[in-house]
Ligand binder design. Structure first.
Ligand SMILES: *[C@@H]1O[C@H](CO)[C@@H](O)[C@H](O)[C@H]1NC(C)=O
Ligand SMILES: *[C@@H]1O[C@H](CO)[C@@H](O)[C@H](O)[C@H]1NC(C)=O
Ligand SMILES: *[C@@H]1O[C@H](CO)[C@@H](O)[C@H](O)[C@H]1NC(C)=O
Ligand SMILES: *[C@@H]1O[C@H](CO)[C@@H](O)[C@H](O)[C@H]1NC(C)=O
Ligand SMILES: *[C@@H]1O[C@H](CO)[C@@H](O)[C@H](O)[C@H]1NC(C)=O
Length: 776
């Protein structure tokens, strides 16, 4: 099992419900992920449910304190028949509890007064020396200096635990956490200090040990300290740091090697809210669900309503459309892209042609002489068996998975191969996901380069496959920076549109998530080496999991400078200032080197220096989301998501998805459709007196009008509303001709002397015209 796609399929087989997963790619070393969410009791199947109930009568939601906690717990326990026990009691993210129940017990619980709803728990999966520099962050100046490196801000992560002894988490010279920090728990083996200000476990083993490595890596990426002389396996030596090295960290362990149970994730979120984190980073997720059935969406709503920004991985199920996770409009959904660094391993063929592959297994002792090139002429080239003598040969292996299977590498080494050329899975294009293996010299190449290498290797010759003078060698060049084009969207990064809400553009933003170097617990093997290989304190892994803490770090920097900004203002700042072009000045491309669509890259690549000073922002408050929920899902869902059993849609109002004041716009795209009208409101967070003019780059086949075309502000925080009218022009295909999914993209920019506030516009033939207003 080597991708979250397979992870989900396997989990489905176990559970018959989908399974939230850690959003990073794993090789077959870490695949034993079973669900223990079901068990048997009294001869009957029991399953863990998350049960939503009304708050106990005298206690309003959101009130904290130990007495109230005890009262809540007693109230929650009063729902349970004898025999069943509460696993978690929730008060912050929602009013309710988790418990393992048989069918009969569930029926008894649901008949109690105060019962609202119960969900069977899913199991979710877990969805940098170079990356701060690549994002334009440099020590002693610019945004890092302006934001005090994020000091005084607490970043909470829901993850696999943390190696608290790692040098990235030392606290020399760090101030204590802010007085409002209420996190008291520090569960062994973690010992807290002024950097790691909280560490709690919500999984069965009750420890904060990071047996997976994922949590140490994401925590280091978000807010690790500067560590000098870091390298991965001797490559890429430099100084490592997180995006907000001055911020405090709190780890909520909600996953282990088996995955992440939803009830535990919710318990971690509940604790994070009560402790007083400023940002929550969630590098895990499962397949899309309607928001009123998705505990992460429900919990995030409570967080956002309290002013806590929630940053989530978009998932690793790309490049297929409609594969996004965590798409609620009140969270920041993150896509993953490449970095301008290559761990270069060039394959040079006997005919002089050379192909730049990459490798984490670089052997400087490997002589660059010509080796016989082995490529089986008889069928399978997955390197599970060989039909010739490969001793001393460089072997070409094909793969059908995002990362080469360890078993193939083992087979080559055991059969005496000198090196291996691994050919990428075809639909991964230019995305090469690196894995560290045993010290077998190797190069991972793109499918296109692989096809040429295989073409050379199989040119007709005499009988034997290694004869005929076919030779190759691998030339290692450690790490090369300044690679172009970069960033490109990583193939695995999940794609929109959002299945749960297609009228809200998702993902929101892209950050580095391919081959990311960050902290690693030295006791966790990086290469599945069962013979006890070397231990490493840094490792290179990939996933939207790795992109997410980059954004959480940027949120921490913004929060430091603008402590009163709402999560929506922060997201708007990140989106409207992002860059749409790569380091060649070309529109950011996807894994096939096509112009990347909004559905893969979001608004663009995050630009931290600009994000702290966006000029204008598109704000949203809980009341705006309530009207949106009424428009999308109705009143029962409004009550479920807000936790307010007295909420009504007649009071909340009801707006279409397109009317949500989002910093990007999706419009339907049909020939002959009526004019589509949406309103947007911007808030001035730049100079008090400022003047912005609109610039429109209409999606092909549409005409976009903005009224008024100029916005004049006299004071700080002043709000101005404008109206956007989109018509499909005669010449545009507008998706009218065929049944295909037609998407055209453009943008709307508000431009002043010193700010550009860019909102992408996506015209999509699959979007219902009902998602907004129409003018005839
Ligand atoms: C973890 O803590 C819970 C609650 O205190 C307890 O019921 C459980 O037995 C503990 N698990 C282990 C492995 O110690
Ligand atoms: C395989 O090839 C190597 C190197 O050419 C040679 O030393 C070895 O004897 C061969 N083994 C077999 C089983 O033919
Ligand atoms: C290694 O990379 C650098 C930078 O791209 C290049 O100048 C140098 O020629 C390369 N060396 C080899 C042996 O390919
Ligand atoms: C890609 O984007 C550029 C810049 O907007 C544009 O000139 C070019 O035509 C686009 N290419 C395709 C294939 O759409
Ligand atoms: C959009 O803005 C116009 C002009 O300000 C206003 O008349 C209209 O009611 C607004 N529509 C909505 C749905 O808010």
């Amino acid at each position: 099992m080597t991708s979250s796609r397979t992870a989900c399929i396997v989990a489905l087989a176990f559970l018959l419900t989908a399974t939230p997963t850690l959003s990073y790619l794993v090789s077959d070393g870490a695949t034993r992920r079973q669900s223990t969410s079901t068990s048997r009791r009294d001869g009957e199947e029991a399953q863990t449910y998350i049960v939503l109930v009304e708050p106990p009568a005298p206690i309003a939601r959101g009130v904290e304190g130990d007495d109230d906690d005890a009262a809540h717990r007693r109230w929650h326990e009063s729902f349970l028949p004898g025999g069943a026990r509460i696993r978690h009691s929730y008060t912050g993210v929602l009013s309710g509890f988790a418990a393992t129940l048989t069918g009969a017990e569930l029926a008894a619980v649901s008949s109690r007064r105060g019962f609202v709803r119960a969900f069977p728990e899913r199991t979710l999966t877990l969805a940098t020396t170079r990356t701060p520099g690549f994002l334009g962050l440099s020590p002693d100046r610019g945004v890092w200096k302006d934001a005090g490196y994020g000091s005084g801000v607490v970043v909470g992560l829901l993850d696999t635990g943390v190696d608290a002894s790692h040098p990235s988490f030392r606290d020399d010279g760090m101030p204590p956490p802010p007085p409002r920090w209420r996190g008291r728990s520090c569960t062994p083996p973690a010992r807290c200090n002024n950097k790691l200000v909280g560490a709690a476990s919500f999984v069965y083993d009750n420890t904060t040990v990071d047996e997976v490595g994922h949590g140490t890596h994401t925590a280091g990426t978000a807010a690790g300290r500067f560590v000098d002389g870091v390298s991965a396996f001797g490559l890429a030596t430099g100084t490592a740091s997180g995006v907000a090295p001055g911020a405090h960290l709190a780890m909520y362990k909600v996953c282990n090697g088996q995955g992440c149970f939803e009830s535990d994730v919710l318990a971690g979120m509940d604790a994070a809210l009560r402790d007083g984190v400023d940002v929550i980073s969630i590098s895990l997720g499962g397949p899309s669900l309607p928001f009123d059935k998705d505990p992460i969406a429900i919990g995030s709503f409570a967080a956002a309503a309290k002013g806590i920004a929630v940053v989530c991985a978009g998932g690793n199920s790309g490049p297929t459309p409609f594969t996004l996770s965590n798409e609620a409009p009140w969270v920041i959904t993150v896509a993953a892209g490449s970095v301008d660094r290559s761990f270069r391993a060039t394959v040079r063929l006997g005919d002089g042609e050379a192909f730049d592959g990459e490798s984490l297994s670089q052997d400087s002792r490997f002589s660059s002489k010509a080796y016989p090139l082995y490529y089986s002429q008889h069928g399978s080239n997955y390197c599970d068996f060989f039909d010739g003598n490969i001793t001393g040969a460089v072997v070409v292996c094909d793969t059908e998975t995002p990362v080469p299977p360890t078993s193939s590498i083992d087979a080559v080494r055991e059969a005496g191969g000198a090196g291996v050329v691994f050919v990428n899975e075809a639909d991964f294009g230019y995305t090469i996901v690196l894995e560290k293996y045993y010290d077998l010299p190797m190069s991972q190449v793109t499918a296109t380069d692989g096809a040429k290498i295989m073409g050379y290797a199989s040119t007709p010759s005499s009988s034997s496959s290694t004869a005929a003078g076919h030779t190759a060698t691998i030339v290692f060049n450690s790490s090369v920076v300044g690679v172009k084009p970069a960033p490109i969207v990583a193939a695995f990064s999940s794609r929109g549109p959002s299945a749960a809400s297609p009228g809200v553009p998702k993902p929101d933003i892209m950050a580095p998530g391919l081959n990311i170097l960050a902290a690693w617990p030295s006791q966790v093997p990086v290469d599945g080496n069962k013979n006890g290989g070397e231990s490493y304190t840094f490792n290179v892994i990939s996933g939207t999991s790795m992109a997410t803490p980059h954004i959480a770090g940027v949120v921490a920097l913004i929060k430091k400078i603008h402590p009163d900004w709402s999560p929506a203002m922060i997201r708007s700042a990140i989106m409207t200032t992002s860059t749409a072009v790569d380091n060649l000045g070309h529109v950011i491309m996807d894994e096939e080197h096509r112009n990347a669509s909004y559905y893969s890259v979001g608004a663009g690549q995050v630009d931290p220096a600009k994000a702290i000073d966006p000029g204008l922002v598109y704000d949203l408050a809980a009341a705006d989301y309530a009207a949106y929920i009424c428009g999308l899902l109705g009143e029962v869902s409004l009550r479920t998501i807000t936790g307010d059993s007295g909420a009504t849609c007649s009071a909340a109002g009801s707006v279409a998805e397109a009317e949500l004041n989002y910093p990007a716009i999706i419009v339907p795209f049909r020939a002959g459709m009526a004019a589509f009208v949406v309103n947007r409101t911007v808030t001035n967070v730049g100079p008090a007196r400022s003047r912005y003019a609109v610039r429109v780059d209409a999606p092909g086949g549409t005409v976009v009008e903005v009224e008024p075309a100029e916005l004049v502000f006299e004071e700080a925080m002043e709000r101005k509303t404008f109206v956007v009218t989109v018509t499909v022009s005669g010449g545009g295909d507008g998706g009218a001709g065929g049944g295909g999914h037609v998407v055209a993209e453009g943008s709307l920019r508000w431009v002043s002397g010193d700010h550009v506030v860019r909102s992408p516009i996506v015209a999509d033939s699959s979007v219902s015209p009902r998602s907004g207003q129409q003018q005839v």
